[in-house]
Structure formats: C-alpha cells, structure tokens
Design a protein around this ligand. Structure first.
Ligand SMILES: Nc1nc2c(ncn2[C@@H]2O[C@H](COP(=O)(O)OP(=O)(O)OP(=O)(O)O)[C@@H](O)[C@H]2O)c(=O)[nH]1
Ligand SMILES: [Mg+2]
Length: 312
C-alpha cells in the first residue's frame, strides 16, 4: 500500500523532537491502545537518547481491555520501560501521569529546576486532548483528524511544570505491512493519503478472524457468513445491507469501505485491538526479514550496475 506518510511539517517535527529532547526531563509517548505496536515510533529510542520515558496506552476506552492488559504487561516487563493506560479525556487517570513524571525525574519540578515533559506520538492519538485534560481548560487545539497540531507549543501546567505539545509524527519507512493498514484504519493517516477500500478490506480480514461475533452483531450477519465469506464478499454484503449502492444496483465499495472505517473509529463495532504483543513481534520479525532481503537486492543491483559501467 502506498501512503503519503511524511508531509513537510512532520519532517520538521522529527528534527524538532531531537532538538527539544535535549532540554526535557521526561518523554511521554502516547500510543494508540488499539494498535500499540504499530503506533510506537521505532526511531523514538534513538531520538530520546536514554531520557526517562513513559509509554501511555491512550484511547483505552476504545480498545479491547483483555488485550490492553497484555500490552501493559509486555511493556512493563521490558527493562527501563513504564507503561500506563489512559482515556485522555478523563481527569483523574490523567493526573497519574504527573505523579509518574515526578517518580521518573524526582529532582525536577521547582521554579529553579522546572519539570519539562515532552508529549509525542502519532497524529490523532490524543496528545493535545491529554494536555487540555491535565490543564483543565482548552489550552491547545484538538480534533478528530490527523495533523491538527502544526507547531510545537509549551503549556505551563503549574509553576515549575511545563508540557510540550508536538505535532503528530509518522516515520519515513514502515517495514511492517500490517502497521500501515492499522495506522490508516485508526485515523493516524491523512484522509487522502491511503486507499479506503484496501484498508477496510484488511480491517475486515482481521475482524472476521478475531472479532467475528462483534462483526456479525454490528452488521446483522449470520455467524456462518462471517466465517465463510472472504473479506471482499463481506464488504459487498455490508454495503448492500447498508444501502451503499450505485446506479444499476451495484454496491458502491468506496462508500461501504468508508462506512466500515467510520464504524471502527467510532467504536460502533465494539472495543477492538488490532494486534497482540505476540502477533506484532511476528510481524516485526517478518518485516525486518523482508526489509533486509530488499536491501540486499538493492545492493546487488547497484553492484551489478557498477560492474557493467566498469566494463563499458
Ligand atoms: N475515545 C477517546 N477519544 C480520544 C481520546 N484521546 C483523544 N481522543 C479523541 O481523538 C481525537 C484526536 O485528539 P487530539 O488530542 O487532537 O490528537 P493529537 O494527538 O493532538 O493529534 P495531532 O495534533 O493531529 O497530532 C479527538 O477527536 C479526541 O477527542 C481517548 O482517550 N479516548
Ligand atoms: Mg495535537
């Protein structure tokens, strides 16, 4: 799938993150609890250079609670990593983050040594919402669309406690194919940058395997339909049932795909998580292998061309 991942302001942000990290005490990485592996920036470790970091599984109210528990256990078992779950619009749990920052950087938080917390994560994951919840007022713009925050912004939470809101970033190369689809399904990718039908088909393929009952209930399908029909067929069945038709009575697949994606994003199908830690580890290993093979082929091709140029 081709995705126009990296609009200009995201490029700048990567540099801005690297620059900004020098002057912060804690980095909070907001992950999407529906796709924790795919929403984790593989470059972040390199960008944050050993700063105390906290992973926050946001939008937990939309995710499958059983799987959220698996992901929290997974992250908390990694050395030097702490993870929490969150619904960024709820004040009480958000306040736990403040306490966690003080645990990670106990010497900070006075006027002379302020606590400086950088909040980063993919587009639309809820960074600005979290900041507004912590602040108790609308200090920064939010919206259900990727790319709302365009510039870094400093918010003073209280005396000696600063939060830095950053524009969402995606990384230039996504080597796990499923991550591309999951990011697009979640709403992290701008509307015109991917093919809705392709993404909806991948989503249906996953849901029919792992959330068959929810899928059947949402679209009033027989369980047998869900288990026996291919995702292409399912999309057509759903489109027909929902009246997404075009002239001649054929199903408008684009419209059907948009409907399925909207339902997923609004939790209308249920609380769904698109990956488990084990699944993601497998996808990552596979992605790395394919990527290494691609790299080798590229090198072989370059060598071959150089040799031919040498002969001429
Ligand atoms: N259900 C639910 N929705 C959330 C949560 N956090 C954020 N949202 C919604 O997600 C959307 C995106 O939130 P923002 O705070 O603008 O996201 P952002 O990470 O700042 O996005 P960019 O600035 O585009 O990078 C908004 O519609 C929020 O209301 C959450 O924990 N649960
Ligand atoms: Mg924002």
């Amino acid at each position: 799938m081709s995705i126009q991942w990296f609009p200009g302001h995201m490029h700048l942000t990567r540099q801005a993150i690297a620059e900004r990290v020098k002057g912060v005490d804690v980095v909070i990485e907001l992950l999407d609890a529906r796709l924790p592996g795919s929403s984790a920036n593989p470059l972040l470790l390199q960008l944050t250079k050993g700063k105390p970091a906290l992973k926050v599984l946001n939008k937990q109210d939309m995710a499958d609670p059983v799987r959220t528990a698996l992901w929290l256990a997974h992250y908390n078992a990694l050395p030097g990593t702490r993870a929490l779950e969150l619904d960024a619009s709820m004040a009480a749990p958000a306040k736990r983050l403040i306490a966690a920052c003080f645990e990670l950087a106990p010497h900070r938080g006075r006027m002379s040594k302020p606590m400086r917390v950088l909040i980063c994560g993919i587009p639309n994951v809820g960074k600005s919402t979290l900041i507004n919840t912590l602040k108790g007022q609308r200090a920064t713009a939010t919206g259900d669309e990727a790319g709302i925050t365009k510039q870094e912004q400093r918010i003073v939470l209280q005396d000696g406690f600063y939060l830095f809101d950053t524009p969402g970033v995606l990384w230039p190369r996504i080597i796990v194919a499923q991550s591309g689809y999951n990011l697009a399904a979640s709403g992290a990718v701008g509307r015109n940058a991917f093919d809705e039908e392709e993404v909806a088909l991948e989503l249906l393929a996953y849901l029919r395997q792992h959330y068959a009952a929810e899928l059947a209930a949402r679209y009033a399908l027989e369980p047998a339909t869900v288990s026996t029909q291919s995702e292409d067929h399912l999309l057509e069945t759903i489109g027909r049932a929902r009246g997404a038709l075009q002239s001649g009575g054929r199903v408008n697949l684009q419209k059907a795909a948009e409907m399925v994606l909207k339902d997923f994003r609004q939790t209308a199908i249920g609380r769904i998580t698109l990956e488990t830690p084990d699944e993601f580890a497998r996808w990552l290993a596979e992605g790395k292998k394919l990527d290494a093979e691609r790299q080798l082929r590229k090198e072989a091709l370059a060598l071959n061309q150089a040799q031919r140029r040498g002969k001429n």
